[in-house]
Design a protein around this ligand. Structure first.
Ligand code: OTU
Length: 651
């Protein structure tokens, strides 16, 4: 948009740019800067316009973008332009992701490079390598406490490794995803060190207070993220003799985005990684970016403005790079991280679908889909050019963040139902085969979360102990059922390290002092590659799970109706054990795929008359795209065995 105040400011900034910037060929940069400058200026002045040095900060911002653009390789710039032309590229069903720790999946980054073949074998073409930046020895929150945003931790490798991996991935059409931890740094980061030494400018990078007055005001309305190990949101620092805001662990200092220098530094870091060839940046804990007394300090409007500004600036220098919002918050709040009142995403193009994840686990525990329906029904419609990251497990705990009113509408009492889920998933409930661990129980609120690997939570660990073939088959089918849903729901499925070969809980963290008080480590295993090789041996659990997952991935990629264009319709059924939705090809709506999943251990029937309103009739004949077989169909009903799913199309 052309607007005179911002345009004249832009002209004067361009005059003031450093000569080395002016000398470059910045054609593409300038057209994009022109397009976004009005928005950038409005956002920057809403956040920082009250400051005397506003114009100087604005100049620094433009310089940072220009530098980001100048440092971009011709190859990456070509990719930017290609993605600009094919702007819906990431909505395609051909993307299938995997998240892993480089030193869990492999020994380190160099070894990960040797294992790229595994991704191709399974069909993975988007790989999220969990935090690899420099972090303290000992406790580092699995790498989420970063002490240098531009260095790779030497325990896993160096910059050369990641550049090679990025290149290798690009050759094979695999997207590289890395984390940017925007919300906090480790207390060993240079900024924190300088702050500790009394440097005021760096103290202003954080929330630091002389006494308890302001912290106490904040605490009144701030929840606790890790109540068991890190209650309270502030930590006393002995060097400064001051209080520091530490929402996560006491060694993770929250960055203060009311300071424009923090914003510009982080933007520079985003550009740095974009220019190493990272395709997608996972922005950690975005809900927490803005703190305001009297609020929960999550999902604040200014947190959204910061993300919009990040996106607008990143589009100018590296428009092909996408953002993932990691905001594990209520659906109505998550949806805002795509950006409001827009068509194309204006904050993050992709967001974690934590709601679906938790709902799927509810279905497994209750063996019915009452809450699943309620929750999916209330999942707000997302923007056209934005997509979900659908997952069953990740490196974090499972939070039971359902809406209380949804729980009631499904016929349960919220507190009792959450307690049931925790008991079920931790195996305490009579008849439960789950082997989860309770994470961060909060006495005061009664809340608790769950850890555990997909396979152990799905009952495989306990089934293997009894060696009961029937129970083993149930557990395997539950794993496949859950993967079938994330692969067909709409969005990018993200399979977690080890889950395609049914890796069980790993209890070795208990003996490691830096991990023992954080049971999320139970599901962050080191892959045993000898055992993983069993995926090639028929009759093993690894073989069954791996091959079924591989097949599902391959089939998904061929089904255009599985691309994500808001092309899903939930089908309500009488049978409470079934989940049923229809996916249609957005360009050819007559091309439909019916997804049906049975969450019960017993066979369940789907009556075709319930599909009449959506264009099928009781004589419709189907074929299951996954197995290539006709489903069990008789007298206008289709039968699903315990934990079976179908991807049906009419023949
Ligand atoms: C994220 O987590 C990361 O995924 C966690 O591994 C980190 O501990 C945390 O940030 C701090 O960097 O912030 O938006 O287990 O679900 O803290 C949600 C708790 C987050 C996580 C939650 C989450």
């Amino acid at each position: 948009m052309y607007e005179q105040i911002s345009h004249s400011l832009l002209n004067s900034i361009l005059d003031d740019l450093k000569p080395e910037i002016r000398r470059q060929d910045l054609r593409h940069f300038y057209t994009r800067l022109g397009a976004n400058f009005y928005a950038i200026h409005s956002l920057f002045s809403t956040l920082y316009g009250h400051r005397d040095d506003f114009k100087l900060q604005m100049l620094r911002l433009v310089e940072t973008m220009a530098k980001g653009y100048i440092d971009r390789s011709p190859e990456l710039e070509r990719l930017d332009i290609q993605r600009e032309q094919d702007h819906n590229w990431f909505l395609s069903q051909k993307w299938v992701g995997m998240a892993l720790y480089s030193n869990g999946f492999a020994e380190n980054l160099a070894d990960l490079e040797n294992k790229i073949g595994y991704f191709q074998e399974l069909g993975i073409n988007m790989v999220h390598i969990m935090p690899i930046l420099m972090c303290p020895n000992g406790q580092s929150d699995g790498g989420y406490a970063i002490s240098d945003f531009r260095q790779i931790d030497d325990r896993v490798g160096d910059l050369e490794d990641i550049r090679r991996i990025a290149k290798e991935f690009r050759k094979r059409d695999i997207l590289l995803v890395l984390d940017i931890v925007l919300n906090h740094t480790s207390d060993e980061h240079e900024w924190a060190q300088k702050a500790k030494m009394g440097n005021r400018s760096f103290q202003n990078y954080y929330y630091i207070f002389e006494n308890r007055e302001t912290p106490d005001m904040f605490e009144q309305s701030m929840p606790e993220v890790f109540p068991e190990t890190d209650p309270s949101n502030f930590t006393w620092n002995v060097e400064m003799e001051k209080w520091v805001m530490t929402v996560f662990h006491n060694y993770q200092w929250d960055l203060n985005y009311s300071n424009p220098s923090v914003f510009i530094e982080m933007l520079d870091i985003i550009m740095f990684w974009a220019n190493q060839g990272v395709d997608v940046l996972r922005l950690d804990a975005v809900a927490f970016l803005w703190k305001k007394i009297g609020t929960s300090c999550q999902n604040e409007r200014n947190a959204h403005l910061i993300l919009q500004l990040m996106k607008d600036c990143c589009q100018v220098s590296a428009p092909g790079v996408l953002f993932i919002a990691e905001a594990i918050v209520a659906p109505i709040e998550v949806i805002k991280y795509f950006g409001e009142d827009a068509i194309a995403a204006k904050e993050c193009e992709i967001a974690y679908n934590a709601t679906l994840m938790a709902l799927i686990w509810d279905g497994i525990a209750t063996k019915n889909t009452k809450l699943l329906y309620q929750g999916i029904k209330n999942l707000p419609n997302k923007l056209e050019r934005a997509t979900w990251l659908n997952y069953v497990r990740c490196h974090d705990d499972i939070g039971l963040g359902f809406d209380d009113s949804d729980i009631r509408l499904a016929g349960y009492e919220p507190r009792a139902h959450r307690k049931f889920l925790v008991d079920y998933l931790s195996g305490k409930f009579d008849g439960s085969s789950s082997r989860g661990l309770v994470f961060m129980p909060n006495e005061a609120t009664g809340d608790a979360r769950i850890c555990g690997s997909l396979a152990s939570l799905a009952g495989l660990e306990s089934a293997l102990e009894t060696a009961d073939e029937g129970l083993i088959a149930y557990a395997i089918n539950r794993i496949l059922l859950m993967h079938a849903i994330i692969l067909s729901f709409g969005g990018i499925p993200l399979i977690y390290n080890g889950d395609a070969i049914a890796v069980l809980n790993d209890y070795s963290y208990i003996d490691d002092p830096s991990k023992t008080d954080d049971n999320r480590w139970v599901h962050r295993p080191k892959i045993n590659w000898e055992k993983a090789d069993l995926r090639k041996q028929q009759g093993t659990v690894e073989h069954t799970v791996f091959n079924a997952t591989k097949k599902m991935i391959a089939v998904r990629k061929e089904i255009s109706a599985f691309a994500d264009f808001n092309n899903r319709e939930l089908i309500h059924l009488e049978n409470k054990h079934l989940l049923c939705f229809i996916r249609f090809n957005h360009q050819l709506p007559s091309e439909k795929v019916l997804v049906i999943a049975n969450f019960d251990a017993n066979p369940q029937d789907l009556y075709l008359e319930s599909l009449i309103t959506i264009g099928f009739n009781i004589d419709s004949k189907f074929v299951d795209l996954y197995s290539g077989m006709k489903p069990e169909q008789c007298d206008s009903r289709i039968t699903l065995q315990g934990y079976q799913f179908y991807w049906l199309t009419e023949t």
